[in-house]
Ligand binder design. Structure first.
Ligand code: GAR
Length: 201
C-alpha cells in the first residue's frame, strides 16, 4: 500500500477529497502526513479529525527562506512517502526540493496548464477572457507549474463570471481530478515518457 504525504497551506478541501476516497476504500493508500507552512491552516483540523500526523513548519518562525527550505526538505525525507501531494501549498518549492522526488510529487493547479501559471490562476483566466478553464494535476519539476501533466478537467467560463464563481466551479472539478490522479498513482498506472504521461487502462 502506498504512503502519501500532503503539503497544504490553507483550507485543505483537496486534501479532504482524497481523505474521503481513502476512507471509503476507493483509494488503497495510507495518508501518513500533512506538512504545512501555516500551523493555523484549516487543513490541520482536517488532518487531526482523520488521525493524520501533522508536521507544522511555521514559515514565520524561520530567519531565512533557506532555513525554512532546509527544514521542509528534512521533514519530507523523514516522513518518507511514496507520493507527495501539493494540495494548495502556496509556496514555491526551492529548486533542490522540487527536484528531489521525480515522479513522486504532484500538484493541483486551478487552470489548464500551460496557461495561467502561478498565483491567482482563476483571476488570470477571467482577465484574459478565456471561454474554457479548468484544473491540472501534474508532476512537480524544478520549474513553476511546468511538470508533466497527468490529467486535466475543463469547465466553461460564462460571461458574468468573476474569479470567485470560476474558482468555485473549478474547485468542484479539482475534487474529482486530484483523487483520480492519486488513485492512478497508487495503482501503478502512471508512467512518464520524456514529458508525456502514459496512463495504463
Ligand atoms: C485550489 O484551488 C488549488 O488548486 C490552488 O489552491 C486552492 C487550494 O484549495 N492551488 C494553487 O493555486 C497552487 N498554485 P484547498 O486548500 O481547498 O484545497
Amino acid at each position: 500500500m502506498k504512503k502519501i504525504a500532503f503539503l497544504a497551506s490553507g483550507r485543505g478541501s483537496n486534501f479532504q477529497a482524497v481523505i474521503d476516497k481513502v476512507n471509503d476504500g476507493t483509494i488503497d493508500a495510507e495518508i501518513i502526513a500533512l506538512i504545512t507552512d501555516r500551523p493555523d491552516a484549516y487543513a490541520v483540523e482536517r488532518a487531526c479529525k482523520n488521525n493524520v500526523p501533522v508536521f507544522a513548519i511555521d514559515f514565520k518562525s524561520f530567519d531565512s527562506r533557506a532555513d525554512y527550505d532546509a527544514e521542509l526538505l528534512r521533514v519530507m525525507e523523514e516522513v518518507n512517502a511514496d507520493l507527495y501531494v501539493l494540495a494548495g501549498y502556496m509556496r514555491l518549492l526551492d529548486q533542490r526540493t522540487a527536484g528531489c522526488f521525480p515522479g513522486r510529487m504532484i500538484n493541483i493547479h486551478p487552470a489548464l496548464l500551460p496557461s495561467f501559471k502561478g498565483l491567482n490562476a482563476q483571476k488570470q483566466a477571467i482577465e484574459y477572457g478565456v471561454r474554457i478553464s479548468g484544473c491540472t494535476v501534474h508532476f512537480v519539476d524544478e520549474g513553476m507549474d511546468s511538470g508533466a501533466i497527468i490529467l486535466q478537467h475543463s469547465v466553461p467560463v460564462f460571461d458574468d463570471d468573476d474569479e470567485n464563481l470560476l474558482a468555485e466551479r473549478i474547485l468542484k472539478e479539482e475534487h474529482e481530478a486530484l483523487p483520480e490522479a492519486v488513485k492512478l498513482f497508487c495503482e501503478d498506472k502512471i508512467s512518464i515518457s520524456k514529458r508525456r504521461v502514459i496512463i495504463k487502462e
